[in-house]
Design a protein around this ligand. Structure first.
Ligand SMILES: NC(=O)c1ccc[n+]([C@@H]2O[C@H](COP(=O)([O-])OP(=O)(O)OC[C@H]3O[C@@H](n4cnc5c(N)ncnc54)[C@H](OP(=O)(O)O)[C@@H]3O)[C@@H](O)[C@H]2O)c1
Length: 256
């Protein structure tokens, strides 16, 4: 049982603290390159685990590879209780853009890259990131999600999810393979997924809001109120607030 605010949730067969950690802020400016302070990035990750966080969200596209390599350096061999969720479906270009990369061969390559950079034999949770950096886009997920389902059948992925997805894409993915989570943008000021959250809660599927504090555009409301509101909003909401600071990490937990 987690002593963190919000208690625990079960992603498939994996118990995680509802208060998790999003690793994206550990990379350099615009999520490119290494952190300004390598040691303090490692300290954030180790403190997160010391404080009882058992759910870390990452992607090999952060840096690229930077946050996965920091996670491995800080925490490998991983505690049994720790579960790392990653994302595939986008890559990075030299300008820091996030080009879509969702052909089956792209996804196979990205799953193997994540296994390598995190030094794992099996990825606990892989989210298929849909749409673009501008938001979800209505298009079929079938070919891409089938490719991931195949990798799951091969034993490389324990659980699947989708990210940046419309409700229709969630349903389309579920017709192909079970999902344990949906990771979309949502916070106290952006509540476009209210119906989806309730429908997922009824199915026992987690909803993991990204930008819980507003991301690169901080919310006008106090951070503690924004996080408390999410925890209260629905029991299937998992928090993955990002920070590059040990002090902010402690503050965000203490504020609840
Ligand atoms: N699926 C997707 O497409 C997608 C997209 C974006 C993000 N994500 C995931 O969602 C996670 C969360 O998103 P996010 O990190 O971008 O945004 P966020 O959690 O909404 O906000 C992070 C920002 O808040 C600041 N912050 C946090 N605690 C603070 C405190 N106590 N005092 C002052 N500032 C504070 C951080 O700065 P400091 O570093 O200075 O603390 C950082 O600038 C990411 O880490 C990533 O894993 C997923």
């Amino acid at each position: 049982m987690s002593t963190l605010p919000g208690g625990t949730w079960t992603l498939g067969d994996l118990t995680v603290s509802r208060f998790g950690y999003g690793a994206m802020q550990l990379a350099g400016p615009r999520v490119m390159g290494p952190p300004a302070d390598h040691d303090s990035a490692l300290a954030v990750l180790r403190t997160a685990v010391d404080l009882g966080i058992t759910h870390i969200d990452t992607s090999d596209a952060y840096g690229p590879r930077v946050t996965n390599e920091l996670i491995r350096e800080a925490l490998h061999p991983y505690p049994e209780s720790l579960h790392i969720a990653t994302k595939v479906g986008a890559t990075r270009d030299a300008q820091g853009g996030w080009p879509v990369a969702r052909r089956p061969e792209d996804l196979r390559g990205q799953v193997h890259d994540n296994l390598r950079s995190l030094k794992l034999d099996v990825l606990d949770v892989v989210n298929l990131r849909l749409g673009t950096a501008e938001g979800p886009r209505p298009e079929s997920v079938a070919e891409a999600f089938e490719a991931l389902a195949e990798l799951q059948q091969q034993g490389l992925i324990r659980h699947l999810g989708v990210s940046n997805a419309t409700a229709e894409q969630v349903a389309e993915a579920q017709d192909i393979a079970p999902i344990v989570c949906v990771q979309n943008m949502y916070n106290v000021a952006h509540r476009q997924d209210d119906d989806l959250i309730d429908r997922l809660a009824a199915q026992g599927i987690a909803y993991v809001p990204f930008f819980p504090l507003g991301g690169f555009t901080p919310l006008p409301s106090p951070r503690s109120a924004a996080l408390a509101w999410l925890l209260e909003r629905s029991p299937n909401i998992l928090l993955i607030p990002g920070t590059s600071s040990v002090e902010h990490l402690r503050e965000n937990i203490a504020g609840l």
